[in-house]
Design a protein around this ligand. Structure first.
Ligand SMILES: C[S@@+](CC[C@H](N)C(=O)[O-])C[C@H]1O[C@@H](n2cnc3c(N)ncnc32)[C@H](O)[C@@H]1O
Ligand SMILES: Nc1nc2[nH]cc(C(=O)O)c2c(=O)[nH]1
Ligand code: SF4
Ligand SMILES: [Mg+2]
Length: 215
């Protein structure tokens, strides 16, 4: 029996988030997540999916001839075989990123991967799942993201930014409005008023393609 992963979708699109926003990227979305963030835009990946071998997945990714590959979900780290997948994607020469809730240990991830650690805010209703040991492991190749639902979430994110010196640990600190919960302009004005060392992130794919799966 070959190593397998449960996969919801593999698609080629423009990266809508993070430091590679706007760049053509292959997305590999793993099925299943132990969290239930109030705002989750990918709930269709909680169940279902198809069991795929690593070889089969690597071959499909190669068919797009990408430079960038983003492994997301669901929660990718909930499937142990994501670790060899990430290594093999790096070995194949792609620039690989991993989107993770940060509820699971990020230490086994290949150091060539840019880990995008989402620190869950109180507004997500899953902040109790944050594994703060992960914060100590961040390097300049990694990114930290806060998805912000309200002014209370913003104040909480600023307190974590200061408490952990996140802008010095990670290569990027991203503040993203929770789509439907918070107006992007309001968040932009707060970031400027407070002169924060963070990047406002808008989900480009939602402006381009609304909320369609596979885009
Ligand atoms: C769908 S999750 C999958 C990866 C992983 N489970 C996680 O939470 O990082 C990918 C990213 O989308 C963000 N996201 C989900 N729903 C969102 C929304 N309504 N508005 C803004 N960002 C959202 C998540 O917070 C996370 O940073
Ligand atoms: N275009 C596009 N960019 C993305 N970046 C992160 C995504 C995700 O769902 O994790 C995503 C997505 O679903 N689509
Ligand atoms: S951890 Fe990620 S996939 Fe899971 S519910 Fe939260 S946003 Fe959705
Ligand atoms: Mg998405």
């Amino acid at each position: 029996m070959q190593d397998t992963l449960r996969i919801t979708e593999v698609f080629y699109s423009l990266q809508g988030e993070t430091r590679t926003a706007g760049l053509p990227t292959v997305f590999v979305r793993l099925t299943g997540c132990p969290l239930r963030c109030q705002y989750c835009d990918s709930a269709y990946a909680f169940s279902g999916g198809t069991l795929r071998t690593l070889d089969d997945l690597l071959e499909q990714v190669a068919g797009f001839r990408p430079r960038y590959v983003c492994v997301t979900g669901g929660e990718p780290l909930a499937q142990p075989n994501v670790i060899p997948l990430l290594k093999q994607l790096c070995d194949a020469g792609y620039e690989v990123s991993l989107e993770t809730s940060g509820a699971l240990d990020i230490s086994p991830v290949d150091p060539r991967v840019s880990r995008v650690l989402d620190l869950k805010t109180p507004g997500s209703k899953e902040a109790h799942r944050n594994r703060y040991e992960n914060v100590e492991l961040l390097t300049p190749n990694d990114q930290v993201k806060f998805v912000i639902c309200s002014r209370e979430d913003y104040d909480w994110a600023v307190s974590k930014l200061i408490q952990y010196g996140l802008d010095r640990r990670a290569g990027e600190v991203l503040f993203s409005p929770s789509h439907h919960d918070l107006n992007a302009r309001e968040l932009a004005d707060w970031v400027v008023a407070d002169n924060l060392p963070v990047r406002l992130q808008l989900q480009l794919h939602k402006y381009l393609w609304n909320d369609e799966p596979g885009r």
